[in-house]
Design a protein around this ligand. Structure first.
Ligand code: IPE
Ligand code: IPE
Ligand code: MG
Length: 240
């Protein structure tokens, strides 16, 4: 058997991001409704978040719902939102035990007031913990950049900055990910080879690992494989 990353003592990336994709296809293959795929996907997330913690990954960013996912049926969206509510209630209940810090990337104002309240509670009550899960909810990379541009424009209007003050670092501070280092590794299961509007700014030098496995089937051994693949890459950052 191949030794796992933890047995190998291979250094783990500080920040791993995952596009949790393939729930619908997983359900279809089993003749189940799409909601069953999302429920199975939520289980995968629980397992992987725990595994990341045992590995010592400091930041885990997961794409849970995009700004484009509102195009889906009311029934599917309602099911996803209910699952999220259940998950957040549990996370808040088990907060002391898990000691995970929650942050949400995305425009939460489009979520139900109850769900917004849960997000804020999870975020506030976990703010002193170290290991951080960034939950991307109603998140879009382009939307994030538009908001950052608006934020800076407002600060110029208010006299805090001049246009020429804008630098890459300053702009990054207006993003949802302010203070979070860029992900070294971005994993997309499901076989699709695209970013689907995920972390457009932050992924400039991330290593992508695309995997032919559906998210509900994704387990710790698959994360090990992705990290092993990451270690085989030669990161040059534009150098020779
Ligand atoms: C990812 O799985 C979950 C969300 C986008 C909310 P999908 O629901 O996109 O699953 P596929 O891609 O249809 O298989
Ligand atoms: C990306 O998956 C969004 C999430 C996983 C939350 P999609 O299933 O929405 O992406 P496309 O439609 O295949 O590009
Ligand atoms: Mg999909």
């Amino acid at each position: 058997m191949t030794p796992s990353v933890s047995e190998n003592k291979m250094p783990v990336p500080c920040h791993i991001a995952i596009i949790m994709d393939g729930n619908g296809r997983w359900a279809k293959k089993r003749g189940l409704p799409r909601s069953a795929g999302h429920a199975a996907g939520a289980e995968s997330f629980r397992k992987i978040a725990n595994y990341c913690r045992t590995l010592g990954v400091k930041y885990l960013t997961v794409y849970a719902f995009s700004t484009e996912n509102w195009k889906r049926s009311q029934e599917e969206i309602g099911g996803i939102m209910r699952l999220l509510g259940t998950y957040l209630n549990e996370a808040i209940r088990d907060m002391e035990k898990n000691r995970v810090r929650f942050r949400f990337f995305g425009d939460l104002t489009r979520l139900s007031p109850q769900l917004q309240k849960l997000c804020i509670e999870a975020q506030n009550r976990s703010k002193d913990y170290d290991v951080q899960v960034n939950f991307c909810l109603n998140y879009g990379g382009r939307d994030e950049l538009v908001r950052a541009a608006r934020g800076f424009a407002q600060d110029v209007k208010d006299g805090r900055y001049a246009p020429e003050d804008l630098t890459e670092d300053l702009l990054a501070g207006y993003l949802y990910s302010a203070d979070v280092p860029d992900p070294e590794l971005i994993i997309r299961p499901s076989g699709e080879l695209r970013t689907s509007n995920f972390l457009l700014w932050q992924s400039a030098y991330s290593e992508y690992v695309f995997m032919d496995i559906l998210w509900p089937d994704f387990g710790p051994e698959d994360l090990d494989r992705a990290i092993a693949e990451y270690h085989r890459r030669n990161r040059r950052f534009g150098g020779a």
